[in-house]
Ligand binder design. Structure first.
Ligand SMILES: Nc1ncnc2c1ncn2[C@@H]1O[C@H](COP(=O)(O)OP(=O)(O)OP(=O)(O)O)[C@@H](O)[C@H]1O
Ligand SMILES: [Mg+2]
Length: 267
């Protein structure tokens, strides 16, 4: 393995994925390539249905692409999927839990898998729950009684309990109240300080601007632009001053972000 390769936590090369349902064919991803350097926060920005979750599922070895390769710290996500799973952790809106068990039982179960003692795990769980404004008393209730936002917080606690080398966050702050959102963003920044590489997807341009060292804009399964936010802003800037990532999205896709979201919502 050469040095250049080792400096990347993640290499996505020419990934395509088609879903067929009856006569409908959806090109969820089309020739997607990008690289994430070790220790970076990399954002994938795109509206609903643009392929973000499909991409995260492929990287986390849950889904096999039709074509292309994914490498995590130089290991092939298909051939070496067991090795790759050791490096990664994923948080997604449809987090899988034992829904009949309480939040704390679910979290202690995961802590056990990672060899964290119950005492240490409990301390850490309560600490994170408090920061995310999740009522500690409710941790003893079954997860099926939790609201979506509360389940999202439990999924985040689960991810923050362990220290993966590559953390995949699929819309980590969607559906959270503003305070919890800020806390999650702080956690993400602190994890980067501790050396974790983070890939996150988001609809939130302000969040991307705040957190990401580099971003890729994905639209209808294709990456239409990638680079440092400032580089993209420079390209899209033309004559406009004080350009935002919203403007960058408009420049590269021809659409305003809300217009696309509105269209997706109607369809
Ligand atoms: N298992 C599946 N079977 C059929 N189609 C699928 C499947 N998973 C995803 N798709 C389709 O692939 C496209 C991309 O979906 P994906 O979930 O990756 O988008 P997304 O960017 O994560 O959207 P959102 O912002 O709504 O979460 C969509 O058109 C979706 O309907
Ligand atoms: Mg998604």
């Amino acid at each position: 393995m050469n040095q250049e390769r080792i400096s990347f936590a993640l290499e996505v090369e020419h990934i395509s994925k088609i879903f067929k349902k009856g006569k409908t064919v959806v090109k969820a991803l089309e020739d997607v390539s990008f690289k994430v350097k070790k220790g970076q926060i990399y954002g994938v920005l795109g509206p609903n249905g643009s392929g973000k979750s499909t991409l995260i599922r492929i990287i986390s070895t849950l889904l096999i692409p039709d074509t292309g390769k994914v490498k995590v710290f130089g290991f092939d996500a298909i051939k070496d999927h067991l090795k790759v799973r050791e490096f990664i952790n994923r948080v997604s809106a449809e987090a899988s839990f034992f829904k009949k068990l309480s939040a704390i039982e679910n979290l202690l179960f995961v802590a056990g898998i990672y060899g964290i003692s119950r005492k240490v795990a409990k301390q850490r769980i309560y600490e994170i729950a408090q920061k995310l404004a999740l009522d500690i008393k409710r941790l003893n209730e079954p997860l099926e009684d939790f609201s979506r936002g509360m389940q999202q917080k439990v999924a985040l606690i689960r991810a923050f309990l362990t220290q993966p080398r590559l953390l995949l966050l699929d819309e980590p702050t969607t559906g959270l109240d503003p305070r919890a959102k800020l806390e999650v963003q702080k956690f993400i920044i602190n994890l980067r300080k501790a050396g974790t590489t983070i890939l996150l997807t988001t609809h939130d341009m302000v969040e991307a601007e705040k957190l990401c060292d580099e971003v890729a804009i994905i639209y209808k399964g294709k990456i239409v632009a990638s680079g440092k936010p400032q580089e993209l802003k420079d390209i899209a800037a033309n004559h406009k001053k004080n350009i935002t990532l919203e403007d960058v999205f408009l420049y590269f896709t021809g659409y305003k972000f809300e217009e696309v979201e509105m269209e997706e919502a109607i369809n």
